[in-house]
Write a protein that binds this ligand. Structure first.
Ligand code: ADP
Ligand code: ASP
Ligand code: MG
Length: 417
């Protein structure tokens, strides 16, 4: 019997395919893998800046646009790149063709603008690969139950790639980007950030969900569920030559693959939050339901919550929501003013959520207190706190983002030597 051929999904993000030179460089990277004897399927993002421009067109025409038409517009970015990369590969003598979401088909639910993948029929792509062809798949897009084009939410090409790797039973999903791996925090704001050879699914999932944009949250969720080996690496450099058991980038793995567990694996920040304080409400049973019920009905996700109680039978409720939901949340609360009986509504979108994440927190006390002490020493006021088993998050004024992340990075001993 012939040995099985390794099968790899290679995904290239926006900066990796930003112009024709970059697309040629990507084609070279794909060629190397093909020449190394792998079966390769490629997933591409739109060229850098294109999706933002397309989103802007829709918003400028109508802030309340039809999400189905938004998907029709924004999915075009990936269509362009898939065709261009197929041409660049053909120019190198490699048999390649482009695939759009509906051609595969990659089926999603009907949540236009943030659709979830329901199923992928991998048969066509497997046939194509086994016939020696390289499929170049347009990321970020699929086809909904209504037969119309859907998109998977910003950053969704990561999820396309992981889902495809699962459907094709690939040995690995390589996510090529503009940094050479997953770091202890965003290397663009902390120069002392340290590259991690490995990180657990759980930690990466938590980091992504609190703002580390290097992988879309759903892609990590899916990788964890389907046991897809995900590597993050640079499309700009070659990195160290891959040797036995050592890859050039960072690998997302199971907890038992990590030998030495740090207390804190990483730090993330999110500028996408806004804070609302509903002030002077009657402190009575059912008051939280009165505030959060209508918000949930209006599809506003609430994240951190703190309730402070005064002596006078009144209370204040402070919480965070996504910045893009702020206007909607205010109008929902105002329209329920009589039922909730609050006196005042205060809002603030100049806030940032900083989170420290690590599975080591389960067995180490003191992670939260180190965080509070470090911020206090820098005179940074903590406005709201929330915790989970492997995470502590605080809300602070946005102007302190870099200062706070750097100070915490040092405090937890994460700085590179
Ligand atoms: P792509 O266009 O390739 O999908 P993204 O911009 O979505 O790339 O993700 C890569 C970026 O993620 C990096 O440029 C980096 O600034 C940011 N980032 C945030 N947190 C981290 C982290 N912990 N490790 C690595 N990169 C991070
Ligand atoms: N082009 C899409 C975006 O910018 C999807 C992606 O790149 O992952 O969000
Ligand atoms: Mg991305």
């Amino acid at each position: 019997m012939s040995p099985t051929v390794p099968r790899i999904v290679m995904k290239f993000g926006g900066t990796s395919v930003a112009d024709l030179d970059r697309i040629r460089a990507v084609a070279e990277k794909v060629r190397k893998q093909v020449e190394a004897g792998c079966e390769v399927a490629v997933v591409v993002s739109a060229m850098s800046g294109v999706t933002n421009r397309l989103v802007g067109y829709c918003r400028d025409l109508s802030p309340q646009h039809d999400e189905r038409e938004y998907d029709t517009v924004v999915a075009t970015g990936e269509q362009v790149t898939s065709g261009l990369l197929a041409i660049a590969l053909q120019k190198l003598g490699i048999n390649a063709r482009s695939w759009l979401g509906w051609q595969i088909p990659l089926r999603t639910d009907d949540a236009h603008g943030k659709a979830r993948i329901v199923s992928i029929d991998g048969a066509n792509l497997i046939d194509s690969m086994q016939a020696g062809q390289v499929p170049v798949v347009a990321g970020f897009q699929g086809i909904g139950p209504d037969g119309r084009i859907t998109t998977l939410g910003r950053g969704g090409s990561d999820t396309s790639a992981v889902a495809l790797a699962a459907a094709l039973k690939a040995d690995r999903c390589d996510i090529y980007t503009d940094v050479d791996g997953i770091y202890t925090t965003d290397p663009r704001i902390v120069t002392k950030a340290r590259k991690l050879d490995k990180i657990t699914y759980e930690e990466m999932l938590e980091l992504a969900s609190v703002g580390a944009k290097v992988l879309q949250t759903r892609s990590v969720e899916l990788a964890m569920k389907e046991r897809v080996r995900v590597q993050v690496l640079s499309s700009f450099t070659d990195g160290p030559a891959p040797s036995e058991g050592h890859l050039p980038g960072s690998l997302v793995v199971d907890e038992d693959e990590i030998v030495e567990q740090e207390q804190v694996a990483g730090i993330a920040y999110s500028r996408d939050e806004a804070k609302i304080s509903v002030r002077q409400l009657p402190d009575r049973p059912g008051i939280a339901a009165a505030v959060f019920g209508p918000l949930a009905d209006a599809n506003v996700n609430v994240d951190m919550i703190v309730q402070s109680t005064g002596d006078d039978g009144m209370t204040n409720m402070t919480f965070t929501i996504g910045k893009t939901d702020l206007a909607r949340a205010i109008s929902v609360l105002e329209s329920h003013r009589d039922a909730i009986q609050f006196t005042e509504l205060q809002t603030d979108d100049g806030v940032v959520k900083i989170s420290v994440v690590g599975v080591g927190m389960r067995s180490h006390a003191g992670v939260a207190s180190t965080m509070f002490r470090t911020l206090a020493e820098r005179n940074i006021n903590v406005q709201v706190i929330s915790t989970s088993e492997i995470k502590v998050s605080v809300l602070i004024a946005a102007e302190y983002t870099e200062l706070a992340v750097r100070a915490l990075h040092t405090a937890y001993g994460l700085d590179a030597a």
